[in-house]
Design a protein around this ligand. Sequence first.
Ligand SMILES: Nc1nc2c(ncn2[C@@H]2O[C@H](COP(=O)(O)OP(=O)(O)OP(=O)(O)O)[C@@H](O)[C@H]2O)c(=O)[nH]1
Ligand SMILES: [Mg+2]
Length: 170
Amino acid sequence: LGEITLDVIECLKALRSLSLLMLGLDNAGKTTAVKCVQGDTLDVAPTVGFSEANAKFGDYDLRIMDVGGGRSIRGVWKHYLAEAHGIIFVVDASDKDRTEEGKEALANVLEHQFVAGKPILLLANKQDVSGAMNEADICDALDLQTVSKPKKIDPSLQQGLGWLVRNISS
Ligand SMILES: Nc1nc2c(ncn2[C@@H]2O[C@H](COP(=O)(O)OP(=O)(O)OP(=O)(O)O)[C@@H](O)[C@H]2O)c(=O)[nH]1
Ligand SMILES: [Mg+2]
């Protein structure tokens, strides 16, 4: 019985360990958002390759994978899709000149087989910049009606990410 109890505890722990993947163009604010989740506000430099951060979020242990968004690095994104339970796609809402590039990058992510059925949180970042696009503008700019396919979203992760995004944006 002791062993079974330990197995159950290990299983519960595994269920509470989530891997999240930050994606989005360079300069979108992915690394800054990760630092915010960690309660850190240090200046950040462009991510070259990959970095990983751990954060406690309620009962959850989050492993946040942060990859560079530069055009030459975007090819590596696909290598992290399989192990991600959820994706946070960060958009620089103040940069209207790069919406086409962002739309292409997001469409490439959405059509990948390892993304099917996983929740994707779209973070419309840099809302503090005057003239930044709001949710509706971003949906239009990224053509979300046509690129997104219906996805089954785990309700508890959705609820958790709701909390996360509300706190990041405040
Ligand atoms: N005004 C404003 N600036 C932000 C915000 N978030 C990030 N930035 C700035 O945007 C720049 C890029 O931020 P990063 O977090 O390095 O962006 P990234 O998406 O990680 O970029 P790569 O690692 O190159 O892919 C930095 O100068 C940040 O200080 C925000 O909410 N508002
Ligand atoms: Mg970065």
